[in-house]
Design a protein around this ligand. Structure first.
Ligand SMILES: [Zn+2]
Length: 300
């Protein structure tokens, strides 16, 4: 049978046109802009995603909810809160996704005190509505080594920020040398996570699935909108080979809400799931991945 690959699906709940620091992201070429979110379209995209997630993933998905200084609470209010309640009812988990990226200026991810205030506020807004986000994802894979300690304090025990092998200074992303499989983060270094002392920071990193070969989203990662299905399958084959030699793998599969109106993207999510469950893959939420890892590393 071989060692399993634990895959955590993460949907970046963004809106069409959101592109504050990258003028030509892979599925929108709109210039440096926060965009003009259209509630009707966002609702349609969420409903498409909820159907897809329930059908293909049995509800097991991490919903990473965008916030930006220009649209701080847009997705943290009705009618969207009801959607997140439905996501949780299906078996999903919620993730805070503040993109503190200022057009033509840069990312504020490295400002720990600022990031803490944003995260604490978003968490409280959700808590007042009876919702309990349990994870975090940075904007553009930005990295801040002081942040895991903050996440632990705030009860955000899973971090989806790492993209091993990827480096892009313009968005404060640098994960060169980071492990390709998940683990508990060591204090003071967000790119150091592994099977060591699981209690050190108490935050479990689930990196973007990576083939170990390069740092390009269109070629080397489980990034639904960036890579064609064939590429995603060959990345997965590389992860599976790694499972054989190094033990069970814990990785993230990334897709985007703003892509849900394009059938080629929704079909790709479903097609990949079909392949993975036939080939040693196990779909888990962030907290399930963390729990499986914790038991394995204690018992094994
Ligand atoms: Zn994002």
């Amino acid at each position: 049978m071989g060692n399993p690959v634990y895959v955590s699906y993460l949907i970046d709940c963004n809106w069409h046109g959101f592109s504050p620091l990258k003028p030509s992201s892979v599925f929108a070429d709109v210039g440096y802009t926060v965009g003009t979110p259209e509630k009707t379209r966002i609702l349609e995209d969420i409903n498409t995603a909820l159907g897809l997630v329930e059908r293909s993933l049995g509800g097991k998905c991490n919903w990473s909810i965008l916030s930006h200084p220009d649209q701080r609470y847009l997705l943290y209010r009705e009618p969207f809160l009801d959607c997140w309640r439905e996501a949780v009812r299906q078996g999903g988990e919620l993730s805070l996704h503040p993109h503190e990226d200022i057009p033509r200026e840069g990312s504020r991810i490295k400002e720990t005190g600022y990031m803490r205030a944003v995260l604490e506020d978003l968490k409280n807004v959700m808590a007042r509505e009876g919702l309990s986000p349990n994870s975090f994802r940075s904007g553009y894979f930005g990295r801040n080594d002081e942040l895991p300690a903050v996440l632990a304090e705030l009860g955000l025990a899973v971090d989806f920020s790492s993209a091993p092998g990827y480096k892009e200074p313009s968005v404060e992303a640098d994960w060169v040398g980071a492990p390709p499989s998940g683990g508990f983060i060591r204090a003071g270094d967000a790119a150091s996570y592994g099977p060591g002392d699981v209690d050190e920071a108490g935050v479990f990193m689930i990196p973007l699935g990576w083939d170990g070969a390069g740092g390009t989203f269109t070629e080397n990662y489980l990034f639904n909108e960036a890579a064609e299905l064939d590429t995603l399958l060959s990345v997965y084959a590389a992860i599976r080979r790694r499972a054989e030699t190094e033990g069970p793998q814990f990785v993230q599969y990334l897709f985007h809400l703003s892509a849900m109106n394009e059938p080629r993207f929704t079909e790709r999510v479903a097609d990949f799931v079909g392949h993975l469950v036939q080939n040693g893959g196990v779909i888990v939420t962030g907290s399930e991945a963390s729990e499986v890892f914790r038991k394995g590393s204690r018992v094994g």
